[in-house]
Structures are given as C-alpha cells and as structure tokens.
Design a binder for this molecule. Structure first.
Ligand code: NAD
Length: 367
C-alpha cells in the first residue's frame, strides 16, 4: 500500500516520542511491504517562533494533502505561565481540529496486564478494563462565545452544542459499539445544563436507529466516580468536549500512565493520531519520555486510516511482548522492575522495533 503521512512533532517531548512512532511505522512498512512517504511540518510554539502563527498556512496545506497525520503535542512554559499572551501554541491544535473537521476523538483505554501494578488503583478493580471513549471535539466551551465584561472582572465561556454535532459523533460511537459489547454510556450534565439536555435528547433519538445497542446515560459527576470505582462497567463512552477532556485524563490512570495512551481524531477527511499527553516540559530534553503512546497512536493510524488491521495488531503485540519481557520506561516502572530493563525513550523504541522484527520472523516460520 502506498500512503503519504505527515509527521507533526510539535513541542517538548512531542518531538522525542514521534521520532519513535515514525520509526515503528517505517519498520512496519518494510516488514509488510508498504510504501509510506513522509513529510514534516511545524505547529505550536515552534511554529510561533518561526512564523508568528501556531498553525502556519504551509502546515495546513500539507495536512490537507496527506492520508494521515502522526502528531506529538504542543505547549511551552512561557505560555502556561502567562495567560495574557494572545497568540498561543494550543490555538494551533484547536484550529487544526476545526479546519480539518476532526470532530470525534477516540481514546481507547486498554490496560496491559503487565502494568496492573503501575496504576494507583487496585489490580482486582482494574483487571479486564477496556473502554473506548468518544469525545466530541469541535463544540462546547472551547468554541462558544468567550469574553470579559465589568472591566475584566467577569469572564464567560459559553457551552454550546448544535444538533448536527451531536448526531454525527453519536453515529460513530453507536457503530463502534456494534463491534464491541453493544453498550454505550452517554455522559452529560442534563440535570443542570441546557446544552446537555439537547445532547441527551439527540443521543436518544440516534439510539433508536441502533436497537441492538444498549444505551445508558450518566451525569458527569457520577461517571467520574464510577470510572474509578468500577471501570469494567464501561465499554463505549460518548461525551462532549469538556467532560471528555477531563474524564479521559482520569481514565489514563486505569492504563497506568499518560505515556501509554493513544488517541485518534477523525471526521470526514484525514485522520490525526496523537498521544493523549502534552509536551511535558518537566521531562523535555531528558530523553526519558515514554514513547509507547505515540507508538500505539501509529497502530491506531494503520487500523483506522489505512484499514491495515494485521499491521496495527503487530504493533500492539510488540508492545505486549516488550512489557512481558520486563522492559519499562521510568513512568511505568515499579519496585519490582529490573534496573537494567528501565529504558530511555530511544531504547524503548529500539526494543519495539526488535520485537516487531522477531515476531515477524516467528510468523514467517509458522507459515
Ligand atoms: P502533560 O501531559 O504534558 O504532563 C503531565 C505529567 O505527565 C507530567 O508530569 C509529565 O512528565 C508526565 N508525562 C506526560 N507524558 C509522558 C510520557 N510520554 N512519558 C512519561 N511521563 C509523561 O500535561 P501538563 O504538564 O499539564 O502540560 C504540559 C504542556 O502540554 C502545557 O503547555 C499544556 O498546554 C500542553 N498540553 C498539550 C496537549 C496536546 O498537545 N494535545 C495536551 C495536554 C497538555
């Protein structure tokens, strides 16, 4: 298969982890006989430094003209510490989602058995957890009217949803539920918020078209509690932009670390694949970031954008075998981890590449 992939490293550890994600894609291409052509572009702080714009037109043009995007993260301490700055790295990310019509963010929360001990939650509560979040990406308080009044002493961000925005993501979630346990939990705050009442009504309407899928509704406060209390009670979770942002970070603790979680942002055109973590300034440049979220994002890219299920599975298997062999980055290491098997970013990438090659040789021998 011949495809064009844009690598969008972004800022901080985004650059470090996407280097490994790309290496894994290159390995898959050579093992499975595909031809992936790569291009690179800037976004975020680096793009502001170079052009004054967090999403330069040149970047957007490249993104519109490719088959899939592997993204890192954006962000910089200068902006985190000065909320008054008008041009900001994260504007690049929000604009990219809007311009490319990426309205659905899929976040699989899958716990590798080998990492049961890495989570702060008890293993007996966690074991077997497997949740797929659908977070809406183009509406909500992020895109509603915002401003200040009363000489700057009152601030507002309007929570807004339009029917079509709820409909299109609900369809995606119901279709995905059909391929899993046929159960959806829609999360809102319909007891208080008008936008949530629209959300709930539309999800109920769409649900009627999928009578084989069980639909339940939960308020966001209760869902936040149950996610920790009984994560296995969830399968597909459908929610808005703000609630999804918060719940998926909470759910990352089920998987042991932010460094393990991949995500896909899709709409009707090109797909964007990225770790759920940010640019992590506290560890940038140290070479210790966990690249597995980026590597698993590459696996989602192959599956969702290219339909390459076998290749996507091969990456997940390589991650599983690597963890089983005891290899860890610092964020997922525990007291039992052998010191010699605690790897830096590049060494973890090396290990996954080695494992992919070894598993492929094994596959060829078995055939
Ligand atoms: P963060 O996700 O960058 O980091 C949170 C914590 O998790 C940090 O202690 C970090 O060291 C750790 N961590 C994150 N990824 C890791 C990895 N791969 N391996 C090991 N440890 C990892 O969130 P933050 O600190 O709240 O934000 C830092 C910057 O990132 C901010 O500028 C923020 O705006 C930005 N951000 C960007 C995105 C994005 O681009 N999608 C998402 C979230 C935050």
């Amino acid at each position: 298969m011949k495809k064009k992939i844009v690598i969008l490293p972004g800022d901080g550890i985004g650059k470090e982890v996407t280097t490994e994600g790309k290496r894994v894609l290159e390995t898959i291409a050579s093992l499975f006989g595909h031809e992936f052509e790569y291009d690179e572009a800037v976004i975020g702080h680096d793009a502001i430094e170079a052009t004054g714009n967090p999403l330069p037109d040149e970047t957007l043009a490249k993104l519109r003209n490719c088959d899939a995007i592997l993204f890192g993260a954006v962000g910089h301490p200068t902006y985190d510490n000065d909320p008054s700055l008008k041009v900001r790295p994260e504007q690049g990310l929000l604009k990219m989602r809007k311009e490319l019509g990426l309205y659905a963010n899929l976040r699989p929360i899958k716990l590798f058995d080998e990492l049961l001990q890495a989570s702060a939650i008890k293993p007996e509560i966690l074991k077997g957890s497997d949740i797929l979040f659908f977070r809406e990406l183009t509406g909500d308080v992020y895109f509603g009217e915002k401003g200040r009044k009363d000489d700057g002493n009152t601030a507002y961000d309007v929570m807004i949803y339009q029917r079509y925005e709820v409909e299109r993501i609900a369809h995606k979630a119901f279709l995905a539920a059909r391929t899993r346990k046929k159960k959806i939990t829609s999360v809102d705050k319909a007891n208080v918020l008008e936008s949530s009442r629209l959300w709930r009504a539309v999800v109920q309407e769409i649900g009627k078209q999928y009578p084989d899928v069980e639909l339940e509704h939960q308020f966001v406060d209760s869902a936040a509690m149950k996610l920790i209390q009984n994560p296995r009670s969830f399968d597909v979770v459908l929610t808005g932009n703000l609630f999804g942002d918060i719940l998926t970070d909470e759910a990352s603790q089920i998987a042991g670390s932010m460094g393990m979680l991949a995500s896909a942002s899709v709409g009707d055109t090109v797909g964007l694949y990225e770790p759920i973590h940010g640019s992590a300034h506290d560890i940038t440049g140290k070479g210790i970031a966990n690249p597995l979220a980026s590597i698993l994002s590459a696996s989602l890219l192959l599956d969702i954008s290219f339909g390459l299920k076998k290749e996507s599975e091969a990456i997940i298997k390589a991650v599983e075998s690597t963890l089983k062999a005891g290899y860890r980055t610092g964020d997922i290491a525990d007291a039992n981890s052998e010191k010699s098997k605690i790897l830096n970013t590049q060494a973890m990438g090396d290990q996954i590449v080695k494992q992919l090659i070894a598993n492929n040789e094994q596959r060829s021998t078995n055939n």
